[in-house]
Design a protein around this ligand. Structure first.
Ligand SMILES: [Ca+2]
Length: 540
């Protein structure tokens, strides 16, 4: 009724004379003041104005294979859009460079020792009853979804919709699990995850709510099986080698040499596509086999030096890796295009990251785990129209520990005091606080399998990195300004003594700050938290 009278009153305002029009306007305004709801937004309007959050994460995608980060190996035009239209983080680090643990950190905003998921061992199991960002977003009225790789062994909690790969998931014909059961899909996994993501965005979500969507690829994780459209790419090119492909690990503590992730020695026949892949349809298998057969025939008669064979393996591995990245890039483009076409782009914050970095032959390696830059750093690009300056670049130290806090801050939700990172919103909006972190703390656990990387922890400052392989009490210190490739530890140089002392002090402070006393929270499957015994052990 009031709205009706208001409309009539407004309609009557015709400026017959200035005085008459002012009187009529006053009446109209009074009527409107009575008629309209108070000047606060209704819950529905408030919800509609809150930004959507699209978190895109690939698996093992090193910044060296993104052209926005200056890759000399490939082009990623779609991912690059996010850098061009948003912010590129040049120093985003992970707390523990391995798949499952990184995901647990991202969900909780807590280090592995507090979220209870320190490694990818058979016993690893994420306790979904603990506090996570998706749960808090859901409680605040966001519609939450995760589609693609999950890799936390327990089912997702805090998501209105989930459709996930089981464990690592295969590159072809993946079975995917939902709350309603498991469905086997036919096709290429990167494309299937994207199809499901677009289907949810277009037809399945509740459009009266803002969304928080985790769109997470399995690619380009080992064993790098390219999709049918990508099998012939890079055939006639030689991908540049990194300068450290033939690293001899001199000048460092013993663990680097003891690794089992060497391009020269540890890639198996399946990795190198010397045996037919399993789980493909006859048509898929035919295309896959044809793509490699000529070169595999050549290999049978080839006579290589050891160095030459390593170079050949590098080309085979890196080309397959880049073919998988190309599929990720194309599919990210499909989702970004949909955001544009639907008008969602304007009010959607888009993140692109990887669960950690990756070695593309640097130090002679594939894989991750180490606190050395290639695996410690991860790409992070964030687009937020109207908030983030297009084409901006930051050297401020960010971490995957900050993602949960950032999601909450973007949504206007208070960040719980027990989360250990900081919202990146001030950095994104060009207002980095004066007390922003000047160092990063790292702790890796999984040993000895599968790659024989000794547990280690450490601190990275703007210029230096101190690493402690604590089970064997060996240390490394790198001057990243003089030695950006981390080839010579100066830990034992007499000239480093004072610096070592200072960095050790800073490291102890960080351990205290992040409450890392060497034990890992053990969540029983009855979901009661308790402390595990044993220094540095990652038992659950
Ligand atoms: Ca990973």
């Amino acid at each position: 009724m009031f709205f009706t009278s208001c409309k009539i009153a407004v309609r009557l305002v015709r400026p017959c004379s200035r005085q008459a029009s002012w009187s009529a306007l006053a009446i109209a305004l009074v009527a409107a003041a009575i008629a309209l709801p108070p000047p606060m937004e209704t819950p529905a309007a408030e919800a509609a104005s809150r930004p959507n959050i699209l978190f895109i994460m690939s698996d093992d995608h090193g910044y060296q294979a993104i052209s926005a980060y200056g890759s000399n190996r490939n082009k990623t035009p779609n991912i690059d859009r996010l850098a061009r239209e948003g912010m590129r983080f040049d120093r985003c680090f992970v707390t523990n460079s391995i798949c499952g643990p990184s995901r647990a950190v991202i969900l909780t905003g807590k280090y592995s020792h507090l979220n209870g998921f320190p490694d990818n061992s058979a016993q690893a199991w994420f306790n979904g009853q603990q506090q996570t960002a998706p749960k808090l977003l859901q409680a605040a009225g966001y519609q939450t979804a995760v589609i693609g790789k999950w890799h936390l062994n327990s089912d997702p909690v805090g998501f209105d919709y989930w459709n996930i790969l089981i464990g690592q998931g295969p590159y072809y014909n993946p079975p995917m699990k939902t709350a309603a059961g498991t469905i086997r899909h036919e096709g290429y996994t990167t494309e299937i995850i994207t199809d499901l993501t677009l289907e949810w965005l277009k037809n399945q979500r509740d459009k009266s709510k803002p969304f928080f969507l985790m769109y997470q690829h399995k690619a380009p994780h080992r064993n790098w099986q390219p999709g049918p459209k990508y099998l012939d790419r890079y055939k006639d090119v030689t991908v540049p080698e990194p300068p450290t492909l033939f690293d001899d690990y001199s000048g460092r503590a013993s663990p680097a040499k003891a690794n089992q992730m060497s391009v020269a020695k540890d890639l198996n026949d399946d990795d190198l596509k010397l045996v037919p892949p399993k789980g493909l349809t006859p048509e898929q298998l035919d295309a896959f086999t044809k793509a490699y057969e000529e070169e595999n025939e050549f290999l049978k008669g080839a006579r290589f030096t050891q160095e030459g064979f390593t170079k050949w393996k590098y080309q085979r591995f890196v080309k397959d890796y880049l073919r998988c990245v190309d599929a990720v890039d194309d599919n990210v483009g499909r989702v970004l295009d949909y955001l544009d076409e639907s008008g969602l782009a304007e009010n959607t914050v888009v993140f692109y990251t990887s669960d950690q970095g990756w070695y593309l032959g640097e130090h002679g390696w594939y894989d991750k785990r180490w606190m050395y830059e290639e695996s410690f750093r991860t790409p992070l690009l964030v687009r937020w129209p109207g908030k983030v300056k297009p084409g901006s670049v930051t050297a401020d130290m960010a971490m995957n520990l900050d993602f949960a806090e950032t999601f909450l801050d973007v949504a206007g939700i208070e960040v719980p005091a027990d989360m250990q990172g900081r919202s990146l919103v001030p950095v994104l909006t060009g207002k980095t606080p004066a007390d922003w972190r000047k160092s990063v703390y790292y702790h890796y656990y999984e040993f000895p399998q599968p790659h024989h990387v000794h547990p280690h922890l450490g601190i990275r400052t703007d210029r230096y990195k101190l690493i402690h392989f604590y089970t064997i009490d060996e240390w490394e210190l790198f001057d990243l300004e003089k030695d950006p490739q981390e080839l010579r530890s100066v830990y034992n140089d007499p000239a480093s003594a004072e610096l070592v002392k200072d960095l050790k002090k800073q490291l102890e402070k960080l351990k205290q700050q992040y409450k890392d006393d060497g034990t890992v929270v053990k969540f029983e499957r009855s979901e009661q938290p308790a402390k595990a015994k044993g220094k540095g052990k990652a038992k659950k």
